[in-house]
Design a binder for this molecule. Structure first.
Ligand code: BGP
Length: 484
């Protein structure tokens, strides 16, 4: 009898949808009072194969500030969601979305990052977006900070490296919760918080010219400030709306040992722990001992405020969300999280890779879901998963069978994880509409189920075209994941 007592399919009410980020879709970078953001001073990466965000230094920063065009800075253009939001949300509704994950640009609400009063036009824009979503009963899932922050806080404090950014952020989150809280049930704090160890794109702190050791010190200190700010945002939300749900968001870099050699297995375990450190803090409320050891052995001193530990302990998140694209391989001679095309860990000979070198591993998603559920026993949410590819427009059609195959295989593994007993709230695939790539600032790295007529130089009509994957995903949602 008990053998049948496990889930057989996606639960009723499973939240199917898609995810975007303000700095990759909105455009309107300098309209209606919005301030410049850290994302809008990053040029297109030079090496498309690696996940190499162009580093920002004082020179490139001041060049960007004085350049009022969009040509060199694709994230200033996005795909003009700012003016197309009603059309795009209608297309999401046509696919049957139950949820839409998007981010609020802090600099639309507080153009300088710490303005006393909010920019009303910024509030009005997101009110219009929420009104469109409500028309189709699509749940909003809002990310408070998705790889951008007001550039003025970089100029004033060097971003998150300065503790004063915590107060600025929580002033912003209080305004957002108070203004939109009635209409939003699901929130995320920092997108892929763990990638703050990579620098400027996530911390707004310029660290060019520092030694590796100084960079790590600055980045982990910045991340500590974000972890405190995240916990304070959780506190704010629960005080205002006790039944609303707020989650952490991790770039889950599931990694495998390069061989059964115990040293490789241990190296992979450490790489995994350094990734899960961030969700450990946000779910369990304290720094795990293995990271305190790592900091000590690497002479990294995290300066904490007297109340920081209590703030972290008393404000755990309600669910764990994460992005999943690939898995990596870790060898004993290198620890640390391998990124993108396994620059540090090496290739997995059993996996194919995307045109950008990301190794495709659907089974890895089932592994990750089981591990996260076992570790935290809190609901999970896959808030990014998708395939970046160079689509071809043929007679106004895009036959993206490769994207359908990628998504199908990952959905199959999510179903397996649910049957393993994992509590999964939903799935917002990455990029329901073509948008600007985060790591390379390219338009040609397309993720969308909807094609947008725009090239890497911003040329095009911005016309939206349904791809084959649009109709496929519509069917998946209509059958709650049974017809794949
Ligand atoms: C994640 C980011 C997303 C998205 C995705 C795809 O790390 O959270 O914003 O960009 O990566 O990466 P890319 O756009 O570099 O292909």
């Amino acid at each position: 009898m008990y053998q049948e007592n496990y889930p057989q399919n996606f639960p009723t009410g499973f939240l199917w949808g898609g995810a975007t980020a303000a700095n990759q879709v909105e455009g309107a970078w300098n309209l209606d009072g919005k301030g410049l953001t850290t994302a809008e001073v990053v040029k297109k990466a030079t090496n498309r194969k690696k996940m190499s965000m162009d580093a920002v230094d004082q020179v490139t920063l001041h060049q960007a500030i004085n350049d009022h065009t969009t040509m060199l800075y694709p994230k200033r253009r996005g795909v003009d969601f700012y003016h197309h939001y009603a059309e795009d949300i209608k297309l999401f509704a046509e696919m049957g979305f139950k949820v839409y994950r998007f981010s609020i640009a802090w600099a639309r609400i507080l153009p300088h990052g710490d303005d006393k009063q909010p920019n009303q036009a910024g509030l009005d824009f997101y009110d219009r977006v929420l009104t469109e979503l409500e028309k189709y009963q699509i749940q909003p899932l809002i990310t408070l900070s998705h790889y951008e922050m007001p550039l003025d806080l970089t100029l004033k404090y060097n971003g998150w490296s300065d503790r004063r950014t915590i107060a600025a952020f929580n002033h912003y989150t209080q305004i957002v919760f108070e203004h939109f809280g009635q209409r939003v049930k699901y929130w995320l704090t920092f997108n892929e918080i763990n990638t703050g160890t990579w620098g400027f794109h996530a911390t707004g702190a310029i660290d060019q010219g520092l030694s590796k050791q100084q960079q790590l010190q600055l980045r982990y200190q910045s991340l500590h400030h974000q972890l405190v700010a995240s916990a304070l945002a959780t506190k704010q939300l629960h005080e205002l709306y006790p039944t609303d749900k707020i989650g952490c968001m991790l770039a889950r870099m599931q990694t495998y040992p390069a061989s059964p050699k115990p040293e490789d297995v241990r190296a992979a375990q450490l790489a995994d722990q350094k990734n899960l450190f961030f969700s450990d803090v946000q779910v369990r409320g304290e720094y795990p001992a293995f990271m305190n050891r790592y900091f000590a052995e690497n002479k990294l001193i995290i300066k904490m405020g007297t109340d920081d530990q209590a703030i972290l302990a008393n404000n755990p998140v309600d669910f764990i969300s994460f992005s999943y694209y690939m898995t990596t391989v870790t060898k004993a001679d290198q620890d640390g999280t391998a990124v993108g095309n396994m620059a540090t860990g090496g290739r997995n000979p059993y996996l194919k890779e995307s045109a950008w070198g990301w190794q495709i591993d659907p089974i890895g998603l089932r592994i990750t879901l089981n591990e996260l559920w076992d570790r935290y026993q809190k609901p999970l949410f896959v808030v990014e998963n998708g395939l970046g590819a160079q689509d071809k427009l043929v007679n106004d059609q895009i036959h993206d069978s490769y994207r359908i195959s990628y998504l199908r295989q990952h959905i199959i593994q999510m179903k397996e994880a649910i049957k393993d007993g994992v509590k999964l709230l939903g799935y917002t695939m990455w990029g329901p509409i073509d948008l600007i790539s985060f790591s390379t600032s390219e338009m040609s790295k397309r993720y969308g189920l909807i094609y947008v007529d725009q090239d890497d130089l911003g040329r095009g009509t911005l016309t939206r075209i349904r791809k084959d994957s649009f109709y496929w995903y519509q069917k998946v949602i209509a059958t709650n994941g049974t017809d794949l």
